[in-house]
Design a binder for this molecule. Structure first.
Ligand code: GLY
Ligand code: MN
Ligand code: MN
Length: 446
């Protein structure tokens, strides 16, 4: 039988722990919302990466020989009538491929046994409140047996350091899931664009939340569990608020609409931004700004290939944006000179104040170091891209009143965001089932 991706990842992690070591990885806590109401449950990404198990109140313990122990909610038919099915520790080994399983109430008795005579313990630092204290309690229980000849681990390590590097390179299962998530999200953006133009043409009142509803409908229709992050649907000047949420503002025919939304499918995020004219036709100023951002994104996509550094993608976008700010008159040539000077002085931050990329995976701002130690010396530089990494490419330009921008450009906010998988010789965009060129957007909305 071929091992599941989770079993393969557990073996890859075990091989990096050392022979006399144990890793402890809990899933996420249930989060209260209000009174006796809870937030929709979302498992911990590290735990899920290693188990594929989505129930709360669960822990994975893995030793350096690759032996895995799962702690999970015990079967309880009375509770299951109210809260739903539980896998239970009896069924867990066959269902999840772990070597043994216990009820989560056995943690305090079993953990000291699993830690006995090991040299090192690994756990995720600074991720779960109270975890550090629990590990200390288990270590103390092992140490208390010293006179019986039981050895206690002498070192602790951050298991995130190993898992982050593993998660940075997506395996085949992850690539397939992320491609599917990208297609679903692209379909949702198409649906929202078309709904927008159709509603305005029909003379119907349209608000940001109507477009959010179209996105959600399309995510769920295709089996995606949830948005990967709160959807941004920003009409007109709201597009210049970077962390705006879909709210209740009216969408008007002359507006640009910025939608930054993506679904989470089986734990994996997608992250797409499109900016489009509400009535389906860009006006001249909107088109001019849009073309600059689009050219910046093309340049950044071309810079995304193995061997390039993470920061090269940002620099490629920035070069085009800075030139565009001068060409459009958003920045004055008299004051700032040329694009190199705009870069040097960071004058572009008046209109472009975020980075161009972040890692994407189980988390929308996924784990993985953005810098790496260089072979010769301890200097750290921007990370070299490798096949299997997934990053967003999301340049933007946000022009508010009060800047030096001519009035025609006031309150125009444009961002264009796609998800790129680094391939053997470049990158593949996972989210291009929604148009990005001006003519293609206008055609879709016509
Ligand atoms: N939607 C989150 C981001 O683009 O970073
Ligand atoms: Mn993003
Ligand atoms: Mn985004």
């Amino acid at each position: 039988m071929t091992p599941t991706p989770y079993a393969t990842r557990r073996q890859q992690l075990a091989a990096q722990l050392g022979p006399h070591a144990v890793a402890i990885v809990p899933t996420a806590a249930v989060q209260p919302r209000n009174r006796d109401n809870e937030h929709p449950y979302r498992f911990d990404s590290y735990f899920y990466y290693l188990t594929g198990f989505t129930e709360p109140h669960a822990w994975l313990v893995l030793d350096g020989q690759g032996r895995s122990t799962l702690f999970c909610q015990p079967k309880d038919l009375a509770r299951e009538i109210w809260d739903g099915y539980r896998l239970g520790p009896e069924a867990a080994p066959a269902a999840l491929g772990v070597d043994q399983a216990f009820g989560v109430d056995a943690l305090e008795t079993e953990l000291p046994k699993l830690l006995a005579n090991q040299h090192a313990v690994w756990w995720p630092f600074a991720t779960h409140p109270g975890l550090s204290q629990r590990v200390q309690t288990w270590l103390a229980a092992v140490r208390a047996q010293a006179r019986s000849g039981i050895g206690c681990p002498q070192s602790q390590h951050d298991v995130c350091a190993v898992l982050d590097d593993m998660r940075l390179i997506k395996d085949d299962t992850e690539r397939a899931l992320m491609a599917r998530a990208g297609r679903i999200s692209a379909g949702a953006h198409r649906r929202a664009m078309q709904h927008c133009a159709q509603s305005l043409r029909a003379g119907q009142a349209l608000h940001e939340y109507h477009l959010e509803a179209e996105l959600l409908h399309e995510f769920r229709r295709h089996g995606a569990q949830a948005p990967a992050y709160p959807s941004i649907v920003a009409a007109g000047a709201n597009a210049c608020v970077l962390h705006y949420r879909a709210d209740r503002a009216a969408v008007r025919p002359g507006d640009l609409v910025l939608i930054d939304a993506g679904c989470e499918l089986d734990g994996y995020a997608s992250d797409i931004t499109r900016t489009f004219p509400a009535n389906g036709r860009f006006n001249a100023a909107q088109r001019d700004v849009y073309q600059v951002v689009l050219a910046a994104q093309h340049a950044a996509v071309n810079a995304t290939r193995p061997g390039a550094r993470f920061d090269d993608v940002h620099q490629a976008a920035l070069q085009v944006l800075c030139q565009g700010m001068l060409d459009l008159g958003l920045l004055s040539r008299t004051t700032h000179g040329n694009a190199d000077a705009v870069m040097e002085q960071r004058a572009y931050t008046a209109y472009y104040m975020h980075r161009t990329s972040h890692w994407l995976g189980l988390d929308v701002h996924d784990v993985g170091a953005y810098t790496q130690a260089e072979a010769n010396g301890d200097e750290r530089r921007s990370r070299v891209l490798q096949p299997g990494m997934v990053l967003t490419i999301e340049p933007g330009l946000y022009s508010r009143p009060g800047s030096d921008a001519p009035e025609a450009f006031h309150d125009i906010g444009v961002r264009i965001e796609d998800d790129a998988l680094v391939t053997a010789n470049g990158c593949e965009l996972l989210t291009r089932d929604v148009p990005v060129e001006v003519a293609a957007i206008e055609a879709l909305m016509a």
